[in-house]
Design a protein around this ligand. Sequence first.
Ligand code: MTE
Length: 319
Amino acid sequence: MVNIHRRRSWEIADRLVTPEHAFLNRRALLAAMGFGAMAAVAPSRARGEEPDPTADLYPAKKNDAYSVDNGITPEKINANYNNFYEYGTDKYIAAAAQALVVRPWPIEIGGLLEKPLTLEFDELMRRFPLETRLYRHRCVEAWSMTIPWSGFPLASLVEFARPLSAAKFIRFETFLDPAMAPGQNSFLYPWPYVEGVTMAEAANELAFLVTGAYDKPLLKQFGAPIRLALPWKYGFKSIKSIRKIEFVEERPVGLWEAIQPSEYGFWANVNPDVPHPRWSQARERVLHTGETIPTRIFNGYGEQVAHLYEGLDPSDLYM
Ligand code: MTE
C-alpha cells in the first residue's frame, strides 16, 4: 500500500511473475490465480487444529438495517485478496496467514477505565450478542468489496469497559510476534499495527467489531479472531487481529500515519474529492464485478456519520 520502496501499488502484480517471487511463494501465486482458495479456506480440523469453540454462534442473525446494492463479494475472491502486512506486502497472503495462532488470545482492555482488565477472546465473545451486517469496504488503493461481517457494535464494548471521562480516543493494537508473522521482521514498518478512533466515532452505530464473515468465524487472512470495520473510512483504519484496546487522552498515531503522514491521515474518511497524493480517489474498482464506479463521500454512509465531522474543513476529512 504505502510506497516505502517507491513502488506503486498497481505495479505489485508485476512482481508476482518474477521467478524469485514465484519460487519463494508458490502457494501464494496459486492463490492469486484462484487455485489456492481450497487451502486458504480449509476447515481448521483439516489443518490439524481444534474446531473453533465459537463456531456455534454462526450464522448470526442478520440486521437488515445494513445492506448493500452491489451484490456480495464471493468469499473465494475476498479470501484471496487481502492486505495483512504482517504476512506480506502483496494481496496474496492467505496461505502465509494460516501461521497466525489465534488461541489463546487474551485481549487487554486498558487505559483510562474504571477497571482495566484482560479477557480471553472466547469469553469476550459470549458477552455480546452477534449480528450480521452487509458492509462496503473501500481500500485507500481504490478497490472495493462488499462483505457479510458478523460481530457486535464497538459501542457495546465501550459501554462494557466503562471509560473515564478523560478518555478522548481509543487506541487499538495488533499482536506483536515476528516468529508467527514474518512481515514483522521488516524494520521498514513500526510494528505492531496500531489504529485509533475518537470516542464519538466509537459510539457511532456503524463502528463494528468483527469476529466472523460469511456465516462463520473469521478466516485468519481477514484478521482473526477479532478486527474492526469502519466502513466510512479507508480500509487501513479497520485494524485486524486486535490484542489491545486502550482508552487514551491523546490522538493515537496509526502505523501508516507514522510511516507517511503526508499520505495517510488520522481521519481517513472516504472522500472522492481529496486525491491521495499519488492517485485519484474519485472512482473505485469493484473486485467482484470488475467495474469501476464513482466513489461516494463517506463511502455512502454520510447519513450516519457526516455529523461527526461538522466544523472540520472538508479537505481535512481525509487527513
Ligand atoms: N490490520 C493489520 N493488523 N495489518 C494490516 O496490514 N491492513 C489494513 C486493514 N487492517 C492491515 C490491517 C488494510 S490496508 C486494509 S484495506 C484492510 O485491513 C484489508 O482487509 P481485508 O484483507 O479483509 O480486505
